[in-house]
Design a binder for this molecule. Structure first.
Ligand code: WT7
Length: 650
């Protein structure tokens, strides 16, 4: 990390907003002054301005029992009504909500009126299938409009969605279904990825094969038309939608009614079900989407490239943009199919004005070379966003110059599954941006950087990133595990009202925030969070493995890469080559967790570096994996271990 800090300290480039951009900025300086003068009053105003409340709230925040917060508690709203019906009622039914593009090239332009009609039918289907408010519904779909329809229909009836990323394995699906006691799964026959048909339903079938879950039905969207096995519980989405009434009146629900659970990796093996509720979450999603991206819903075409299986897809594909009545692009496939200019082609075709993507994608395009994007007309772009991991200044500059034509501001947005919405970001019409810095908390959010003792570090210093006041989009808990919720986020400084994010950060001389990566055993690979412990337990679950240690090693393109060190049981070492063992284990992890967790490298070693109390010293393994000189080994039980590991790797 010290290498990175030195590097960032030398970054002195500044980009003030152009006078033209500043003059028309959606966000005004008053946002900061209003929020500073009365933070809760500010959020109450935003909630009233940005959302429709069936029953207005009178209380803004209850924080009498931290860390359990209640926002807008006595208010009532319907999330789907806010994202759909009210736009139609306001006369914007003909506005395109989604420009969908399938990977093989099919297109659909879906207006707000059409999306509303579709969600109404889907809501009626859910009711027909016995789904009621509070029930959990799992969603395992590709990036097709039905994914958004499913989420909104579930929200519309007051139920709770748990979206599972389409790359996850049957085991991961079944763990999520069981943890939340889901009663229904919505999936598709398959989807298109990298020019191929990839099956989805078989994974759900396998996940449910033990027959022990509460799942009563599986609703299947026909996307690819491939053959699928059919069980008694299965129903076709299109047949069900055709069988119900077209009308559906959205009922209001309390602001603290759960909206969704989204599983994310923590420091232990078991993924955490992060719980979000409605009123506060939607307020922050809408507020940030409007102000961070300088959104003009009448004229902008917005595109966030995230999959709906991640929080970015929840807040900045489904909820933020639709609550704001925006027009957006939704793309099913991968960036390089059928050719490496596919994204730029889509931007040219739909005249995209706002692009929100991840540093790992930007670095991949950098490697391919600027001549690819330069073949396309990207002049419509006026705001560029980045999210998921720290963006290195080189990638930031490339994004600004090559994609943004040196005129579109780049905003680096820091947040987490847990925060629900963007927490730290420049506002493009107000902030002078610096390559590589997330910079300033958004209005109404209070951030600090503290040392281990909980003291403010002061400008020019590094420490731990902390949120010091509750915020509307904050997680309300970990599903079914209030103790883990408290321990993970609120116990770090002995002050149960300080939220510990798990990230390191530095304040520069002007007080701007630079993110430095995770300080715990969580890795960030291509902007996706992976737990070292989860991959380790998958590795040791294989009969060949005796012990395993996993680290995230720096990687030029993916930010970090999964590198595993494993001890193989003696009996398996004779007859199999190291390369075969490594290949078997890599495939095993991909099959158990999902392809994103597949280790890039597996090194077979005889011992692992451990302290006298038996704790694996991952820091040393990271040194080896990154080809650095090995750090202090004096606390190791056996100081020769690192020598032996280094020898193995030569
Ligand atoms: C972790 C959260 C937020 C949506 C995508 C990831 C890292 C995220 C940034 C950024 C530096 C970032 C942090 C954070 N992260 N955005 N702009 N600069 N780091 O959500 O899977 O919940 O991961 O991603 O380490 O803790 P997530």
């Amino acid at each position: 990390m010290s290498v990175q800090i030195d590097h960032l300290l030398n970054e002195t480039r500044h980009f003030p907003p152009t006078p033209e951009f500043a003059a028309q900025s959606v966000a005004t300086p008053e946002l900061y002054t209003d929020a500073a003068a009365d933070r809760l009053g500010f959020w109450a105003n935003q909630a009233r301005e940005l959302l429709h409340w069936h029953k207005p709230f009178t209380k803004t925040l209850d924080w009498t029992n931290p860390p359990f917060a209640k926002w807008f508690e006595d208010g009532e709203l319907n999330v789907a009504y806010n994202c759909l019906d009210r736009h139609v009622l306001a006369g914007n039914g003909d506005r395109v909500a989604l420009y969908w593009e399938g990977e093989p090239g099919e297109t659909r332009a879906i207006t707000y009126a059409e999306l509303t009609a579709e969600v109404k039918r889907a809501a009626n289907v859910l009711t027909k299938l016995g789904v009621t408010a509070g029930d959990r519904v799992a969603v395992y779909l590709p990036m097709i409009p039905e994914a958004i329809v499913a989420m909104l229909a579930i929200a519309r009836v007051g139920a709770v969605h748990s979206v599972i990323f389409g790359g996850f394995s049957p085991e991961s699906i079944s763990a999520r279904i069981d943890d939340a006691d889901a009663v229904l799964v919505i999936t598709a026959d398959g989807g298109y990825r990298k020019g191929k048909v990839s099956a989805l339903k078989p994974a759900v079938d396998e996940a449910l094969s033990s027959g022990e879950s509460y799942v009563r039905n599986v609703l299947v969207v026909k996307r690819t038309g491939q053959d699928v096995d059919w069980n008694e519980r299965d129903l076709w989405w299109h047949e069900e939608l055709a069988s119900v009434d077209a009308e559906h009146e959205a009922q209001p629900f309390a602001a603290e009614n759960p909206l969704f659970i989204l599983y994310t990796s923590g420091t232990t093996g078991k993924p955490k079900g992060i719980l979000h509720t409605t009123g506060g979450y939607l307020t922050q999603a809408a507020f940030t989407h409007k102000n961070v991206f300088d959104l003009r819903p009448e004229t902008d075409v917005y595109w966030c490239t995230a999959d709906i299986g991640w929080i970015t897809g929840h807040s900045y594909v489904t909820y933020g943009p639709l609550a704001n009545g925006a027009t957006q692009v939704l793309y099913e496939g991968t960036p390089d199919t059928p050719h490496p200019g596919r994204w730029w082609e889509l931007i040219e075709k739909y005249k995209v004005t706002i692009l929100y993507t991840a540093p790992t994608a930007i670095r991949t395009f950098m490697k391919l070379g600027r001549q690819i994007p330069q073949k396309f007309d990207l002049s419509s772009l006026r705001v560029l966003g980045s999210v998921g991991e720290p963006i290195n200044p080189e990638a930031w500059m490339w994004y600004r110059e090559v994609i943004g034509g040196n005129k579109a501001p780049v905003v680096d947005t820091w947040w987490q599954t847990e925060t629900g919405g963007i927490m730290i970001s420049a506002l493009p019409g107000l902030t002078t941006t610096k390559p590589g810095a997330a910079q300033v908390p958004i209005p109404g959010v209070s951030i600090d950087v503290l040392d281990d003792d909980g003291k403010h570090v002061g400008h020019g210093n590094g420490g731990l990133l902390v949120v010091t006041e509750p915020w509307p989009g904050m997680l309300r808990g970990i599903w079914g595990d209030p103790e883990r919720f408290k321990e993970t986020y609120w116990d770090k400084f002995g002050n149960k009202a300080l939220y510990f994010a798990g990230d390191g950060a530095r304040l520069d001389e002007e007080g701007d925030i630079w993110l430095l990566g995770r300080v715990d055993d969580v890795m960030n690979v291509s902007g996706h969070r992976l737990s070292t412990a989860e991959i380790e337990s998958s590795l040791v679950a294989h009969p060949m493995t005796a012990e395993a240690a996993v680290v995230g090693a720096s990687d030029e393109v993916t930010g970090q890469a999964v590198v595993a060190f494993v001890i193989i049981k003696f009996s398996h070492l004779d007859d199999t080559s190291h390369a075969d063992i490594a290949a078997t284990l890599r495939a095993h992890v991909a099959q158990q967790i999902g392809a994103i967790a597949r280790p890039k490298h597996i090194f077979i070693v005889k011992e692992l570096p451990k302290t006298r109390s038996g704790k694996i010293m991952r820091r040393l393994l990271r040194d080896v994996a990154e080809g650095r000189e090995i750090g202090d080994v004096t606390t190791l039980a056996d100081t020769m271990v690192m020598q032996s590991i280094s020898n193995t790797m030569k």
